[in-house]
Write a protein that binds this ligand. Structure first.
Ligand code: SF4
Length: 251
């Protein structure tokens, strides 16, 4: 604790941002797009959303008692294995890829500028060359296939492409799943607008835009669940009226 900059430490809460010194819990919700009711909620001590997609989508599907589900999430949830787990559970996800390309940030072509041609198992680069498969290796637990072309050294676009001898493109063994996600996103431009219609703003306003009243994870989870219950009851009263709600509760 004394080694930390602000002389405080939490073993259960997550640090929300690098070097910010801010600790807190991570509230997850899944909202139905038709009525904006919260169908699943969870409070975690993990500081990011990357491992939450399959978990929250699965909870939402169970709560709604449906066989298949279409989920829209923001880019913070983007994780190949999580997306694959959803795909295998018949949950169709649409979300944008994080903009983390080092090459793109440095003003060079990003991977998105290379088109994968499945029929030939090659990538077509911005100069129109074919990057063919060379070898496979495992990195960070992921099996990656490597592609490149030997024509890079004479390419007029090389300065915009790579600082190395040739530009190499890596392809995850399950990358086809990610291709489907991008295809859905490209063909459903309003999807992310739907994602932004979430009730966090309304709930924060009701809670007084302050922190939770409790501190330990189980209590915070209960506090959040009560807030969700209150939000959902108000939504239902707006949709079907108090009479409709009482009728449904009696049924
Ligand atoms: S440097 Fe290589 S990969 Fe990049 S555009 Fe030129 S030929 Fe294509």
């Amino acid at each position: 604790m004394m080694k930390s900059e602000d002389k405080q430490i939490s073993l259960t809460m997550a640090t929300s941002g690098k070097d910010t010194g801010i600790v807190g819990y991570n509230v997850q919700i899944a909202v139905d797009t038709q009525h904006h009711l919260i169908v699943a909620n969870e409070v975690t001590g993990v500081g990011n959303d990357r491992q939450q997609l399959a978990n929250m989508a699965g909870q939402a599907r169970d709560e709604m008692a449906v066989e298949t589900l279409e989920v829209v999430a923001d880019r913070g949830y983007y994780d190949g294995e999580e997306i694959r787990a959803c795909e295998e559970a018949d949950i169709t996800v649409t979300l944008p890829k994080p903009l983390t390309s080092v090459a793109k940030a440095a003003g060079r072509f990003g991977k998105q500028d290379f088109v994968y041609v499945a029929a030939a198992d090659v990538y077509r680069c911005p100069a129109g060359e074919r990057l063919t498969y060379h070898y496979t290796n495992v990195e960070g637990g992921k099996t990656l296939l490597r592609y490149w072309t030997s024509t890079c050294k004479t390419c007029a676009l090389k300065a915009q492409c790579t600082t190395g001898p040739e530009r190499r493109i890596s392809r995850w063994e399950h990358e086809a799943v990610l291709g489907k996600v991008q295809h859905r996103l490209d063909h459903n431009p309003i999807a992310m607008g739907v994602r932004r219609q979430q009730p966090f703003g309304t709930m924060k306003c009701w809670m007084g835009a302050t922190h939770f009243l409790t501190t330990k994870l189980p209590k915070v989870a209960t506090e959040m669940a009560l807030n969700v219950l209150a939000y959902n009851m108000k939504r239902v009263m707006t949709i079907v009226g108090v009479g409709g709600l009482l009728e449904a509760m009696r049924a």
